[in-house]
Design a protein around this ligand. Structure first.
Ligand SMILES: [Fe+2]
Length: 206
């Protein structure tokens, strides 16, 4: 994804994730919140030709190499774009599927079982203080782990490859769940697009 960045449509209809996530939430989340990150990222890069030649992933992987006045805007708004696209792409109409293949084996190795991974992922999502995300990431050895990030920080900036994320900013769930973040996370598990996540794992570190 190169500059200028654009708002990509959702990979499903606004009603597709009901009742776990309402069409009202998706309209606000995608059309308003994500659009704002896209616009602000483009504004931040408008006077930086070297930045414009980098992909979104390259920008986030090389924050320290950017001009000093671009690091925070890219961290916040570039992260806002990347993190949201991954969040939306990692969901699909209710599938109740589970991971399979190499990713399932990596999850079993790291956490003991899929259920143990869910426990860790939920604890990370519910326990993230304030706004942020919980992630399943993999490292250069293809080992997977669960991490938290605050605000719009992205694991790419720490050398980790994101496989899956859940957005725990209140805008992601407050209209549907009010203060019940744990209920939102429980519902989110049933929306995970495991074939997509598996394809990211299969492609990472190659
Ligand atoms: Fe969000």
């Amino acid at each position: 994804m190169p500059y200028p960045f654009t708002l990509r449509p959702l990979p499903y209809s606004y009603e597709a994730l009901c009742p776990e996530i309402s069409d009202t939430t998706l309209h606000f989340h995608h059309d308003k919140h994500l659009q704002t990150y896209v616009d602000n990222l483009n504004k931040a890069l408008a006077d930086c030709a070297p930045c414009q030649r980098m992909t979104l992933e390259e920008l986030l992987q090389n924050l320290d190499a950017l001009p000093a006045d671009k690091r925070i805007p890219v961290r916040n708004n570039g992260g806002g774009v990347y993190n949201h696209y991954l969040y939306f792409d990692c969901m699909a109409p209710r599938s109740c599927s589970r991971p399979s293949g190499a990713l399932a084996r990596a999850i079993d190795t790291a956490f003991g079982s899929y259920e143990d991974w869910k426990t860790r992922m939920k604890a990370a999502a519910v326990g993230q203080f304030g706004s942020g995300y919980a992630w399943l990431v993999c490292d250069s050895s293809r080992c997977v782990s669960v991490v938290q990030t605050a605000n719009q920080d992205c694991p790419l900036s720490k050398g980790q490859y994101p496989l899956l994320c859940v957005d725990v900013w209140e805008h992601a769930y407050y209209l549907d769940y009010q203060n019940r973040r744990a209920d939102y996370v429980d519902a989110w598990f049933s929306l995970i697009n495991w074939p997509f996540v598996e394809s990211r794992y299969d492609g990472c570190c190659k």
